[in-house]
Design a protein around this ligand. Sequence first.
Ligand code: RM4
Ligand code: MN
Ligand code: MN
Length: 432
Amino acid sequence: MSSFRLTDEFIGEANRSGLANLQDDYDHLDRQLARRGVDIERLTERAMQLRVSVPSWGVGTGGTRFALFPGVGEPRTIFEKLDDCEAVFRLMRITPGISLHIPWDRPERPAELRAFASTRGLFIDSMNSNTFQDQPGQGLSYKFGSLSHTDAAVRQQAIEHNLECLELGEKLGAHAHTIWIGDGSNFPGQSHFRRALDRYLESLRVIYAALPDGWRLFIEHKLYEPAFYSTVINDWGTSYVCAKELGEHAFSLVDLGHHAPNVNIEQVVSRLIQLGKLGGFHFNDSKYGDDDLDAGSIKPFQLFLVFNELVDAQLELGPEKFSPAYMLDQSHNVTDPLESMMASTIEIARAYVQAHLVDREALARAQQRNDALMALQTLKQAFVTDVTPILMMARQRAGGAIDPIGAYRASGYRAKKAAERPAETRRTAGIV
Ligand code: RM4
Ligand code: MN
Ligand code: MN
């Protein structure tokens, strides 16, 4: 059966009824921003240039450690996952990059997958290793850790898995590798903190030495889970030190859900920028922990403040010196995953554009004079500006949908996929 795809014609048709209102709202916002000395066209261009990668593991319904309630029309193969990524890309136009999780989405013929992606306007931009689960037929268990395991043979197996990811990534045309490990301990005394970190670094050095030219290695920290007492790469400080130890191609990756409650993440971001080690993001949102909820759904002001730091640095350093990777890492447990990815991408783009609205001279003046109230007002003025017409115009001009979720629903995509993809037993893990 041939697979249903969203066409440019369909999207153009879906946009037709919204065009006049969009122009009206855009013109109104243009006049409003002009009074503030802001050129709306420059912002729209910025919005069109933004890139957010989507995770191969985010297109299927996710679950918790208690249960997974799959939806209909779930993708069953990496090719079907890319079909879903293409639908998101066509509607959004700023999500051509894909993060790939190995072995969940290990392609048998990488060249074929690369070509398949490319005919859909997509590409694989980063690899993610998985040494936090045991796979069928695997020699040694990761129950007590992987890259930092006390047993050198387990460490070696985990290293080799990462090397395989690099090799595969080269064939796929990727340029980054993200390492997140589940290593840690559940009980005080179970693990020797210093030795575990030493062993981790020793393993990372081997992987780093094999990093292909032009690649970046991302180290992702996480406070807890699956280890509940300690993790080896627990915070940004540890990840920073490891990245620095390894060398200039190693960076820290910030997953928004991986911090202690109430940590000032925007300040963490600014520290990593200042130290030249901010590699990228796993965007999501969180109420309690690594909840993997949709970006901007719980703490939109925090997302804006993170982008305030990013845009501040981007304007100061320029895109050559500053180009962190923006990636989604979410688990869509109760929504249609494609709708969640679109909604999240919209919120990321919103925060990005709003951060461009910050009057940086006024902010600097307020900071210099210690005018705390006016400093906050300056940020708030940007944050409360409704930039939706800019986001819509950017999408429409790029060939995407003015209302991507509305167009997606109107297309009947999910129902068509339900017919094309009869449910089968899940092959991947419960968590995603
Ligand atoms: C982890 C971490 C990793 C992700 C896995 C599935 O908590 O966020 O980035 O690959 O979950
Ligand atoms: Mn992550
Ligand atoms: Mn996570």
